[in-house]
Structure formats: structure tokens, C-alpha cells
Design a protein around this ligand. Structure first.
Ligand code: PLO
Length: 531
């Protein structure tokens, strides 16, 4: 969240030509803040003495004036790391925050001392989004969070590896996607709406067994509310640094609340339908698996000695199930579609890579049948292309903020409890000490001299440790199935005379490519999109 928030700062807060009403607002806001601050003491832990190099700061605004400029946070932090070193500190308003820019320190925070840094700060927008932290990604680390996460993990496993469920869902959606892309004709078009719709459809089927036809009203509604959340979560910014600002009228927060209301209405309906038709058989989808798992875990825990009260406290509620479904949905759509669009953008820049993937597909799968999960081990180069896409353009260039749950340390520097830690995955994925020509799209870097796959230690597109992305294997499987099926059936090229896609991207809730156009041609035998 903070990444987006920082990106909105230069224009929205620190502009010098403020209208008078805004100045009054700022003065009132500052007074209110000072009042709260004086009553509750400094809200952030103070940095230990002799610690990490820190940006300058002012009262109340902290280091924000030094974070101005056009660069998005991941690039700004990377520049600052050249000046201050790979681990530096700054004040986001009143919050003392460490920024980690190299993989050694990141491994300490995420893995070696992952348990100590597994907390999350509370933020106004994400608290709204998750009913006060009843989700997995944004909620703070508690015993309830742990059992909730385990439940989600187990439910995902039911639909991911080991079953052909995901494969069937993706493949039926791929047929429709291919037909849609191939009907684009010989004029260039933006592949983004079709890709997003296909991915949304997969996630809807996975989460609540709904699969929609093109133009379906409910699908439109789902895509509209999601879009609204993406836009407002990206702009609701300042309230996440200064929570007291939520008392002032804020158009962005209002829109966020409206979209959340639409989401909740839709998902509550799905939840009620699922509860009514839940049977003893196999779960039909993620909602079923969560509902079943929730009852099972409660039954399992009910031991004779355990007091009712404790159980009441630890319970995974319907709210948790609802928030999980909403989050699985949001995370599943935004990240997967964005990664696919980045990879397509790079393939347009590097037609030789596309040809090599297609050659690999022709040799190991052929054109007579659809690609399946079991082909994965035979398609190492495709895997490398996916990895290289996630390295060069991580969808989450700065990970969701962590907090220290106890006093701890990073790189020998002591860190006080409550300190926020931002891991800049962008700088880790572009560190010239560990990557040869980091700005070059080169999938071969994930193969060793003998053509075997390697995973360098500085490659952490899903994070790591207790907070690692819970959907990682599902995501990898989905990316594999989508990309292999698309490249088996069609080729992508630039429209004549069109410039190749801009690779800078735009940071919203994730780092997205700017819109670009493609021409799609069917490969031999796949003219209709499916067989
Ligand atoms: C996307 C919009 C949805 O409506 C809500 C949502 C839930 C989970 C978020 C996701 C959004 C954006 C991408 C996030 C994901 C959790 C993990 C993932 C932030 C806001 C990343 C990239 O860290």
C-alpha cells in the first residue's frame, strides 16, 4: 500500500500552489494530529542509536519532503540505496521505516528472522478492504492468522497441484481466450481486456464455481468493482500514513467503500448459496473448501479441557471466509493478468524468444493435443521465460510492508519492536552484483551450462518465509498453462510500423505495463482457437 501512497505524494501533498481551502484543511489536520500525538505519545518506535543511515526528517511530515520527484517508490529507493547503502531508514510521516534493497538483508527479514518480522502495520484502506484484517495478505500476525492461513493453504492445494481441476478450468478459459484473440483480425488491438477477462473467469470458477460468457452482467460487475478498488486503494494514500485523516471527506475513500459494498453483496450471496448447498462430497470450489475446512478445524480443536471462551476467540468466522474469497479473487486476477501482459510485451521486443518457446512446444507437445500440467518438466525454456518476466518486472516491486513483532536486528543493526520494513524487490531483482546486465530480458540466466534450470538466491518474486505468497504454486501453474497454450496456438507480433511496448510500466496496486497493441496469427491447425 505504501508504495502507491508514496507515488501519489509529490503531486497531492507537497505541491506549493495549494488552494486556500486546502491550506485550512492542512492546518486543522496538523493541529488535530498534534493533539492526538501529544495524548498518545510518539506512534512509532524510535530508532536505536548508532543504527542504519537515515534520510533527513521534519516533525509530522517525517522524510516525505525528501521523497519527492517523479520516480515511483521502487526506483526512488533504488537511487537512495546508492547514496545511503542497501539498508537505510526514513520516516513515512511519523513512522520509522527501514528499506531493504539487497537480497542478503531481505533473506534475514523474510527467512532467517522471518518469524520476528512477520507482522503487518494497520492501515485505513486495507482495514476497510479486509474488515479489520480478516484476510491473509494484510492482516497482522496472530495465532488466528496462522490457522486461517493454514486453512487457505490446504484449500488451495485441493485445487492446485495434484488435481486436474485447475487444468480443466484454465483450458476451457484458454479456448475462449484464443478464439477472442484470433478474432481480433489483422489490425492491432490491445490484448489486455481479453486476457484480464480470461483470468477473471478462471478465478471466478476456482473461487465460487461461476464461469461467465463474454458480456455477462455479473462478470462486468465483478470487473468493475475490482477496478474501482484497484484505483482507489492506489490513491487513498495519505490516510494510510495519517489515519486521523479519515475523518475528513475523501472522494477516493468513498469510492473504495462503494466498491467494497458491491463486492460484499455479491460474495455474501455466493457464500449463502454455498452454505445452503454444501454436501459431504468433494468441495466444488474454494468457498466450499473453506467452509468445510472451517468446520473441520473447529471440530478438531474442541478438546475436553479447552474453555469455550478461548475457542470463541480463536474462531475462523464467515467474515474470514468472505475476506479470503475476496482476496484470493483480487490477488489472483491482478497479479496473473499483469504478469502475462508483461511477458507478452517482452516477447514483442524479443521475437527470437517467442520462436524458441514455440520450437520447444512443437518438439515436446506438438500441435495435436492441448498442453497439460504433466508437460511442465519437458518445457524448461518456457519456465525460464516466466521466471525472467517475474524478475525483470515484479508485479509487487515493493512488498507489502512488514513490521518487527519483537526487538530484533538486521545486518547486525538492532531494530525495535514495531519498526516497519519495506523490502524493495525491484532493486534485488536488478542488482548488478548478482545479475549480469539486469535490464536485459534474458531467460537463459535461469539455465546453467548444462541446460538445467537454476533458481538464483536473489530471485524472490513471491517473497519468502512465513509471509510468502500463499497462492504461489497455483499462480505458477496458471501462468504455465496460459502461456504454453497461447504460444502453442498462436503467434504475437507488433502491428506494422508500431513501436514496441513501453517497458517502464505504471505503478498502481501492482506494476502494470502501459497499454500496447498486438497482431495475433493462428499457428497451423489452430485457426479456430481450439480443437
Ligand atoms: C486487488 C484488488 C482487489 O479488489 C483486492 C485485492 C486483494 C489482494 C491484493 C490485490 C487487491 C492486489 C495485489 C496484492 C493482493 C494481495 C497480494 C498482492 C497486493 C488489492 C501483492 C502483489 O502483493
Amino acid at each position: 500500500m505504501l508504495t502507491r501512497l508514496l507515488s501519489s505524494l509529490p503531486s497531492s501533498v507537497i505541491s506549493l500552489s495549494l488552494p486556500p481551502s486546502f491550506l485550512v484543511f492542512i492546518v486543522v489536520a496538523l493541529l488535530l494530529f498534534l493533539l492526538i500525538w501529544l495524548r498518545s505519545g510518539p506512534p512509532s518506535p524510535s530508532p536505536p542509536r548508532g543504527s542504519v543511515p537515515c534520510l533527513p526528517r521534519l516533525p509530522v511530515v517525517g522524510s516525505l519532503p525528501w521523497l519527492r520527484g517523479d520516480a515511483p517508490p521502487h526506483l526512488l529507493f533504488t537511487q537512495l540505496a546508492h547514496r545511503y547503502g542497501p539498508l537505510f531508514a526514513l520516516y513515512l510521516g511519523p513512522h520509522y521505516t527501514l528499506v531493504v534493497n539487497d537480497h542478503q538483508h531481505a533473506r534475514e527479514v523474510l527467512l532467517q528472522r522471518g518469524g520476528q518480522f512477520a507482522g503487518r502495520p494497520s492501515m485505513v484502506t486495507t482495514d476497510l478492504l479486509t474488515r479489520g484484517g480478516k484476510d491473509i495478505a494484510f492482516s497482522d500476525h496472530t495465532p488466528l492468522w496462522k490457522s486461517h492461513r493454514r486453512l487457505v493453504h490446504n484449500s488451495f492445494t485441493l485445487f492446485g497441484e495434484g488435481t486436474s481441476r485447475l487444468q480443466d478450468i484454465v483450458l476451457s478459459s484458454v479456448d475462449a481466450l484464443c478464439a477472442e484473440l484470433l478474432s481480433g483480425g489483422h489490425r492491432g488491438f490491445d490484448p489486455s481486456p481479453a486476457v484480464t477477462r480470461a483470468v477473471t473467469n478462471v478465478v471466478c470458477t476456482l473461487v465460487f464455481s461461476a464461469s461467465y460468457r463474454h458480456g455477462d452482467a455479473e462478470l462486468q460487475e465483478v470487473m468493475r468493482y475490482n477496478d474501482g478498488i484497484v484505483q482507489t486503494i492506489a490513491r487513498g494514500g495519505l490516510v494510510d500514513i495519517y489515519p486521523w485523516m479519515k475523518v475528513f471527506p475523501n472522494r477516493s475513500l468513498r469510492k473504495l467503500k462503494e466498491c467494497i459494498a458491491v463486492r460484499d453483496r455479491l460474495l455474501s450471496r455466493k457464500l449463502e448459496e454455498h452454505k445452503a448447498s454444501l454436501s459431504d462430497g468433494d468441495p466444488r470450489d474454494l468457498l466450499d473448501a473453506l467452509l468445510k475446512g472451517k468446520t473441520d478445524s473447529r471440530r478438531g480443536r474442541r478438546s475436553p479441557g479447552s474453555g469455550e471462551e478461548e475457542e470463541e476467540e480463536e474462531r475462523i468466522t464467515d467474515d474470514h471466509v468472505l475476506m479470503t474469497a475476496a482476496e484470493a479473487f483480487g490477488a489472483g486476477v491482478e497479479t496473473t493478468s499483469t504478469t502475462l501482459l508483461w511477458i507478452l510485451a517482452y516477447l514483442l521486443h524479443h521475437p527470437e524468444v517467442q520462436e524458441r518457446v514455440q520450437k520447444e512446444l512443437d518438439e515436446h507437445v506438438g500441435g495435436e493435443r492441448a498442453v497439460s500440467v504433466s508437460d511442465r518438466s519437458r518445457l524448461p525454456y518456457l519456465d525460464c521465460v516466466i521466471n525472467e518476466g517475474m524478475r525483470i518486472r515484479p508485479v509487487s516491486p515493493v512488498l507489502i510492508p512488514h513490521t518487527a513483532m519483537t526487538d530484533s536486528s538486521i545486518g547486525g543493526h538492532s531494530v525495535s519492536r514495531g519498526t516497519r520494513v519495506l523490502v524493495n524487490m525491484w532493486s534485488i531483482h536488478h542488482d548488478p552484483k548478482h545479475w549480469d546486465k539486469p535490464d536485459l530480458f534474458n531467460p537463459d540466466r535461469f539455465l546453467d551450462d548444462r541446460g538445467r534450470r537454476v533458481t538464483p538466491p536473489c530471485f524472490l518474486p513471491f517473497g519468502a518465509g512465513p509471509r510468502v505468497c500463499v497462492g504461489e504454486s497455483l499462480a505458477r501453474l496458471e501462468l504455465f498453462l496460459f502461456l504454453s497454450s497461447l504460444l502453442q496456438r498462436m503467434s504475437f507480433r507488433l502491428p506494422d510500423g508500431a513501436p514496441p511496448p513501453n517497458l517502464q510500466g505504471r505503478l498502481g496496486v501492482v506494476l502494470q505495463p502501459l497499454p500496447y497493441k498486438v497482431i495475433v496469427t493462428a499457428r497451423a491447425g489452430w485457426e479456430g482457437g481450439a480443437k
